[in-house]
Design a binder for this molecule. Structure first.
Ligand code: FAD
Length: 293
């Protein structure tokens, strides 16, 4: 492994300024579960690794009780999210996703920001944040800007982040009443496995607790970047949710997915899992809504 200098600034400004002086040879790092593997394997040979872990404003997890907006700092670890009662109770789709990432050791250091910016099609953390209409706050040499989490991804391993830009936090707008959400990472094993396919569903019902007011169906490993099955979402809105309707939505989502064969799985199998799991996750959302009403 090529030696590198480790620098851990205390502020975003300091990190950006240091990066600016060494941009050709510097790399940001949070938990390092992706970066360090690449450095060890010499896929990446930075002279400087800039750790973001000491930056206090990037590490908070809190919900604003008046605006009901949830704020997740980019360096919040998967374990912190998994253990949070607020996440477990109010954002089950996040809990479902992060509690199955890698192993306990990976979750203890791996961060939600690193998961997004690594930008692999199988990133478990991306799907719930897209389903929840999350917004990423970026900070770079030219100041701050906001981008919807869905719009972060350009292609595998490539995001819209410019040179020297840092993901500071992700905000989740308030959720409407009668909302349920669920995610399943479908793989060959229960642990230490990237998903063969990841399926997240969020449903909001009208006050009658039957009619669909809003639907989000988000898929990982179904396209080069995390995708929304918008045809299936539109199909559900305005209709009374039944098992048969969710089955139809699953078929529509499977048809609009862009799944491919890979060494980990076949396209037909992935499509079949989308078809089946959209229904199952939809039913789980309905159960959550009924239990909370
Ligand atoms: C054994 C193992 C199992 C794994 N299992 C899973 C799994 O099941 N599901 C899954 O989704 N992932 C999995 N991963 C991948 C990885 O652990 C996660 O993607 C993790 O969330 C990455 O976070 P990190 O903080 O370690 O990222 P890092 O390695 O620190 O960084 C990843 C990338 O993001 C950049 N970066 C990090 N933070 C920021 C920021 N705030 N602003 C700008 N750029 C930033 C870095 O420069 C780097 O390019 C696994 C990894 C390992 C080693």
């Amino acid at each position: 492994m090529k030696p590198f200098t480790y620098f851990a600034p205390n502020s975003v400004e300091e990190a950006i300024s240091f990066y600016g002086k060494h941009s050709e040879t510097a790399k940001f790092m949070a938990g390092g579960t992706d970066v360090i593997v690449k450095v060890k394997e010499a896929w990446m040979e930075p002279d400087y690794l800039i750790s973001l872990k000491k930056i206090a404003e990037m590490s908070g997890l809190h919900k604003n009780e008046s605006t009901k907006e949830l704020s997740i700092g980019a360096t919040v670890t998967h374990s912190t999210l998994e253990k949070s009662l607020m996440i477990q109770n109010e954002y089950p789709i996040i809990y479902d996703a992060v509690s199955n990432i890698g192993s306990l050791q990976v979750r203890n250091v791996g961060t939600i920001g690193g998961n997004l910016i690594n930008a692999v099609p199988s990133a478990d953390g991306a799907i719930p944040l897209i389903a929840l209409d999350g917004v990423a706050l970026l900070h770079g040499p030219d100041g701050e800007r906001s981008v919807k989490v869905k719009e972060l991804f350009i292609e595998p391993y490539k995001t819209v982040l410019k040179q020297g830009e840092i993901l500071k936090k992700i905000t989740i707008p308030p959720q409407a009443p009668h909302t349920g959400s669920a995610y399943i990472k479908f793989g060959r094993r229960a642990a230490m496995e990237l998903p063969l396919i990841g399926i997240g569903v969020l449903l909001t019902l009208e006050d009658d607790l039957e009619t669909c007011a809003k639907a989000r169906i988000c898929l990982g490993v179904a396209a080069p970047t995390p995708m929304r099955a918008v045809d299936a979402e539109k199909f559900l809105v305005g209709k009374k949710i039944t098992q048969a309707l969710l089955t139809q939505a699953g078929q529509i989502a499977a048809d609009e997915s862009k799944v491919r064969d890979s060494i980990r799985g076949k396209a037909w199998h992935r499509k079949e899992m989308v078809r089946v799991q959209v229904r199952r996750m939809g039913l789980k959302c309905m159960e959550i809504i009924k239990n909370n009403s």
